[in-house]
Design a protein around this ligand. Structure first.
Ligand SMILES: [Zn+2]
Length: 465
């Protein structure tokens, strides 16, 4: 190589990384300045712990079962709260929802030749029909899988089928364990009724042995007669299994008066910080306002709602002015089939709006550990610029993922999903049971979720997707 050529060659290799990095990063994002502002915002957030205040307000009406008077009160309360916080365009968008009532009676009595009567802790599964008013009584068949149900199909007729399938404790990811056990709750009644069962008892979905039944949605197959379906507390499932070994002919008397009611009108509640440059481009922060009726649903999902509102408040309070709109949507009816999410995506009021990113917070109020984003490697790369900032508030990783019942319809329309992932090892301890009380959520932990959500949503409102 000639000497002058060598000089150019060396210069090229010295400057090309600079040229390349300038070309790749055409945004005006000043990471250091943002980190400084985030620190100030987060210090105030952790000092004030407003997310927990919002949680208390939103959970005030108690169990907010879709279509119930308590859910209607929660809609009004959430609207007032967003108005007080000074969000833009606070409004309710009406949604027609199904209504189901638990009723006053939920009793299961074990009758055995060998023991006196014992009552079991049960609760009706959401959507279940009741029993005849005098109750129904039958022998019990314990089943451990759908395969086993097929195998014993001749023995099912006239029995109460008892699905005793624990969540797999060897699974480190609680949602994976839940996912494998939940089909027995959702579809067990129709699977058993196909062979003539008269009712089902389904072991509650929690890793813990406790005395509290955990409810949840069940769905009937329209082709198969409907039978009552109840959840049984895990400690009682163990007990019943033991009693069945001692007396295979023991009988259970089941009495429930749950029922379907005519549909009613309810609403999603919206509020936003309107974007200054591209108001029609939306970063959505979603959570569900409805809950099950056995508790105030603190983790599921008053926590998610509180975090979404606090993220908006933090952005506003910090004086950050989003280029694109950041909108909180508190959806109605996640638990009973997601009508709120479907309505939102299909609503004519979406008009010219373009949803860039939809983040759903519905994994409880635990401390944040990770961030998930859909849409491919480029978006993850973009978010990775925040890594050093987010790690201050618990985020250990950023991975592909995201989704949820409420934002599912938006994702189908091409919106990119996201989520701040909290620690969830204790989530199913409370899930859908009387244990999901305010005391099961820690003020600092949900505040950290809100801080992360504020950082991520503001960053994408400035940088786009
Ligand atoms: Zn939920």
């Amino acid at each position: 190589m000639k000497k002058y050529l060598l000089k150019y060659w060396i210069t090229f290799w010295l400057i090309w990384p600079v040229v390349f990095s300038l070309a790749a990063d055409d945004s005006s994002f000043d990471r250091q300045e943002f980190a400084r502002q985030v620190k100030k915002m987060a210090e105030a957030a952790l000092k004030e712990e407003k997310a927990y205040e919002f949680l208390k307000t939103l959970a005030l009406p108690g169990g907010r079962l879709t279509g119930s008077p308590a859910a209607a009160r929660a809609v009004a309360q959430a609207t007032d709260l967003m108005t007080q916080l000074g969000f833009d365009q606070v409004r309710q968008e009406p949604v027609e929802v199904n209504r189901w009532q638990r009723g006053q009676t939920e009793k299961a009595l074990v009758k055995s030749q060998k023991k006196g009567p014992h009552s079991l802790n049960i609760c009706a599964l959401g959507n279940s029909i009741g029993t005849p008013s005098r109750g129904l009584e039958a022998e019990v068949l314990e089943i451990h899988s759908f395969d086993e149900l097929e195998q014993f199909q001749q023995a099912v007729k006239g029995k109460i089928v008892f699905f005793n399938i624990p969540m797999d404790r060897t699974e480190a990811n609680p949602f994976a364990a839940y996912g494998r056990a939940v089909p027995y709750r959702t579809n067990g009644a129709s699977a058993a009724a196909r062979y003539g069962a008269v009712a089902v008892l389904v072991r509650s979905l929690t890793f813990r042995l406790d005395d509290f039944p955990h409810t949840g949605l069940m769905i009937y197959d329209e082709q198969i007669p409907r039978i009552p379906a109840a959840a049984i507390a895990t400690s009682q499932a163990e007990q019943l299994s033991q009693w069945l070994k001692e007396d295979p002919h023991l009988r259970v008397n089941l009495k429930m008066n749950s029922e379907q009611c005519p549909p009613v009108m309810s609403a999603n509640v919206l509020g936003q910080l309107t974007g200054e440059e591209k108001p029609e481009e939306i970063i959505l922060l979603g959570a569900h306002l409805d809950s099950w009726d056995l508790s105030p649903g603190a983790n599921d999902d008053a926590a998610g709602c509180a975090v979404a509102l606090e993220a908006l408040r933090l952005i506003k309070e910090a004086g950050w002015r989003p280029k694109r709109t950041i909108r909180a949507v508190l959806f109605m009816d996640e638990e009973f089939g997601g009508t709120g999410g479907r309505f939102y995506a299909a609503s004519a009021s979406r008009g010219s709006e373009k949803h860039l990113l939809a983040i759903e917070q519905d994994n409880g109020g635990g401390p944040p550990v990770g961030l998930v984003l859909g849409g491919g490697a480029k978006i993850i790369e973009k978010a990775e610029k925040l890594e050093g900032i987010l790690s201050q508030y618990g985020i250990n990783w950023i991975r592909p993922g995201g989704g949820g019942v409420d934002i599912g319809p938006l994702i189908q329309q091409g919106t990119i999903a996201g989520g701040v992932v909290p620690e969830t090892q204790r989530y199913f301890d409370f899930h859908h049971s009387a244990l999901d009380q305010l005391s099961s959520v820690h003020p600092r932990e949900i505040e950290l979720q809100a801080i992360v959500l504020a950082i991520v949503s503001y960053y994408f409102s400035q940088e786009g997707i």
